[in-house]
Design a protein. Structure first.
Length: 311
C-alpha cells in the first residue's frame, strides 16, 4: 500500500495576499512540494489564468500530475528552480510572470517519509537528496569527507556550536562501521553533544546543515534570485518563504540591493546616486501567527519576504 503523507502549506493566506493574484495572470510555483500553495493559487485563477509549477523531486511531480494533471491552467516541470529562466523562456513567458513563489526547505512529506533520510524522527537510509536519482547521498559524503570539512559544514550551514565534536565522532565511528541510517547519525550526535537546547533534538542543526550542503541549497537560492527580474512582469511580485537564517539573509540582501543599489563607501558619497531600482520590498518580513504555529509547528521558523518588480 502506498503511504499517503499530509502537508500543511505555511503562511498560505499571507502568500495569496502577497502575490495579489489576478484571475487571468501567469504565476510560477518554483517549489511545488505537495501542492498546498498551488491549489490555493489555482482557486484564485479564472479560466484564462495559468500556473507553472516546478520541483526537483520526482515524487512531487507525480503528486502534481495526479492532483492537477487534468486542469488546462496547470503545468508541472521536473527540475531545480535554478532552471526558472529556461523553463519560463521555453514557454515564451519571460517578463510576463505576475507572481513567483519560492517555498524553501523540504516539504512535510519529505520529512515524514523515512526512506528519504531527511529526518531523525524515524529510521531510514541516510540520503537527504531532493532528487534521489542524482548527486551524492549524505551517507556517501560523510564516508569520505575530512573531519575539517564536516565540521565546517555543520558550523556554517547549521550554526552548530559543537561542530568539531560531532565531526570528530563521525570520523572515529566510520573507521569501524559506515554511517548508513538516520538513526545511527542521530544517536552519534546525541552522544557527542554535551548540552541540550530546550524543545530541540541535538541532531536538528546537524541534519539541517548536511541537507543544505548535499543539495547546494544556498547557492541555488542565489542563482534563482538572479533570474527573477527577467522573469517577472512589471509590477509582478516575488514571494519567498525561508526556514533558515542563512536563507533569509540571502533573500533580504537581494531585495535590499536591487532596491537601493550597491552602496558607495562613505568617502565617496556621490557614487551610485543615479542607480535606478528594479525591485522594491513590499512590507516587512512576515512570520506565522501563534495560531498557525500551534496547528503546524513547522511554521515556527518560517519567514516570508515579498518584493515587486518596478517598471
Amino acid at each position: 500500500m502506498t503511504q499517503v503523507y499530509t502537508h500543511q502549506p505555511v503562511l498560505l493566506a499571507e502568500v495569496l495576499t502577497a502575490l495579489s493574484i489576478k484571475p487571468d495572470g501567469v504565476y510560477v510555483d518554483g517549489t511545488f512540494g505537495r501542492g498546498g500553495h498551488a491549489n490555493a493559487i489555482l482557486a484564485e485563477l479564472g479560466p484564462q489564468g495559468r500556473l507553472l509549477a516546478m520541483d526537483r523531486d520526482p515524487e512531487a511531480v507525480q503528486s502534481a500530475e495526479q492532483q492537477f494533471g487534468a486542469d488546462p491552467r496547470f503545468e508541472i516541470e521536473q527540475g531545480a528552480f535554478t532552471m526558472l529562466n529556461e523553463v519560463v523562456a521555453q514557454r515564451q513567458l519571460q517578463g510576463k510572470v505576475n507572481g513567483l513563489l519560492l517555498d524553501l526547505g523540504v516539504s512535510s512529506p519529505q520529512l515524514d517519509d523515512a526512506s528519504r533520510g531527511f529526518s531523525f524522527s524515524a529510521d531510514g537510509p541516510l540520503d537527504m537528496r531532493m532528487d534521489p536519482s542524482s548527486g551524492v547521498s549524505a551517507s556517501e559524503w560523510l564516508e569520505s569527507a575530512s573531519e575539517s570539512d564536516i565540521a565546517r559544514v555543520l558550523k556554517v550551514f547549521g550554526e552548530e556550536r559543537f561542530s568539531r565534536r560531532i565531526a570528530r565522532s563521525i570520523v572515529e565511528t566510520r573507521q569501524t562501521s559506515p554511517l548508513c541510517t538516520t538513526r545511527q547519525l542521530a544517536g552519534l550526535i546525541e552522544a557527542a553533544v554535551p548540552m541540550r537546547e530546550k524543545n530541540k533534538h541535538p541532531a536538528t542543526r546537524s541534519f539541517q546543515a548536511i541537507r543544505i550542503f548535499i543539495n547546494g541549497e544556498l547557492d541555488e537560492i542565489t542563482a534563482v534570485l538572479e533570474q527573477v527580474i527577467d522573469v517577472l512582469a512589471p509590477h509582478g511580485r516575488m514571494a519567498v518563504i525561508s526556514f533558515h537564517s542563512l536563507e533569509d539573509r540571502i533573500v533580504k540582501r537581494f531585495i535590499r540591493d536591487e532596491y537601493r543599489g550597491e552602496q558607495p563607501p562613505e568617502e565617496f558619497p556621490l557614487v551610485g546616486m543615479d542607480y535606478v531600482p528594479r525591485l522594491k520590498p513590499v512590507g516587512k518580513a512576515i512570520r506565522a501567527a501563534a495560531a498557525e504555529v500551534d496547528q503546524n509547528p513547522r511554521a515556527r521558523s518560517a519567514v516570508l519576504r515579498v518584493a515587486e518588480r518596478l517598471q
